[in-house]
Design a protein around this ligand. Sequence first.
Ligand code: ZN
Length: 580
Amino acid sequence: MKRLVPALLACLFFVQAKAQLTPFEKSSDKNYTATYAEIITYYNNLAKQYPQMKLINYGMTDVGKPLTLVVLSQDKIFDPALIKKQNKRVLLINNGIHPGEPEGIDASMMLARDLLKNNRLPKDIVLCFIAVYNIDGCLNRGVSRINQNGPRAYGFRGNYRNLDLNRDFIKADSRNAWAFEKILNTWQPEIFLDNHTSDGADYQYVMTLIETQKDKQNPILAEYTSKTLSPELYKRMAKSGYEMTPYVEERKGTPDSGIVAFLEIPRFATGYTAQHNIISYITETHMLKPFDKRVYATYDFMVHLIDICERDHNLLGELKHKADEQVKNQKTFALNWEVDWEHWDTLTFKGYAAGHKTSEVSGLPRLYYDETKPFTKTIKYFDNYKPTVFADKPVAYVIPQAWEKVIELFKLNNIAMRRLAHDTTLDLQMYYIGDYKTPQRPYEGHYLHSDVKLNPTQMKVKFYQGDYVVYTNQALNRYIVETLEPQGVDSFFAWNFFDSVLGQKEGYSDYVFEDVAADLLKNDTTLRKKLDDEKAKNPQFANSARAQLNFVYHNSPYFEKTYLRYPVGRLLTDAKLDLQ
Ligand SMILES: [Zn+2]
């Protein structure tokens, strides 16, 4: 397919000849992605040349190098607060979270230069590029993506701790995630883009697209994204010669069976940004297309996104404001979602015929796609999700200061928090963890809990001076509720932040407690009846001395109230609190 270049791109490319070339452009076969050293040297040289560009380092990554943010600002203002005051929008672009999917790295290097060189920086948008996010992985260069057609060497998916950074945004195990969240919460973009490469089925498209799943996205933003921004991006990319389709996740085996919209839950970059009411996209170029086409497609996508955002910059500001206001007042929050298999849309899909032949490896049938047999057909697109679990927000959450990582992450995310001025006993709702599932083997460094069942209990609990009170009247309510409600698919509880409450600390020796328990039953007729009722309905229980003794223990004043008690309290009424 010959590349068709729209006027704007033609203009940019014409002047680019004399400018500093990227390592990708310099390579004779255009099958090369820049190394970490080349990326940083290139941007440093560019920043020396152009005062509209500034490199700002954030935090540290796990490999001991800071995260470099490339900021392009037409009027040379690099203060995020001042930029907000100027009523400008911020577009944040992330590259190299999976360094083996490096198109965004090379395309951003070219695009930054072209915009500067040709004096084409947008007037009302400040552009922030993360040069390469997984620096650790980028340094670990090799050929670890067997399914991919170039470049000839590239970084590794895992970071220095072997984490997939695109699962790390809520649990934030990596220092990379802390640096990213610092950038996001400092610059507070209205739009976010994360550049990737796909794997999976073969089809005709060079690029596929994931947008924030519309049923999970704030409805005000979803309306604009699904009716205006996304259709326009599809239209413009088709004109550029890179017709796109939604990211291909097959329902069964091959795309003919229908494709399912990707649900980017909060552990993913765009799930995390959705909690911040940021309109977000993921480009996924197709692994089997030549690397240069994938880079140019990513370049074109960014050009179009910037152009539409510049055109709609006022509207984007209004929508963000409205969405934030809506979330401040929102009462009920979805905590998990599932595909609605009953209601699907259709789309026209340009695929390749799939078939089966005998494997030369196993002698058994194997799947193949026949690129000599392209087809265009209508397929089912399952892009509707329905929430499966909800929580009503309390007036405020009370978080004991002992849970330091939660507090630090909330600070990092600009969550407004107050602290108790004195030790205070509060009458509030606590959750007892009724049940949960945990896998036997770890996932991304954790034993992720799921299917959490809760027993809410109203009770008096003592909190201490300096414990944190988080009111739920904030634009970041989604982040607050989705992380603090234990049933959230990516809650802090799910990610093992609170596992110590799942262990019992005290117990008893049977022969000692036997006599105490007998006394308890003599003096407490209610407890006696409770025990008898349980015996009557459960024969196994009636025949187990140990189970009955344990039953009395659990219902006695000796049993610890903190066992299985989720330590974050829910204040359901607006009690007057003495706060610092
Ligand atoms: Zn990826």
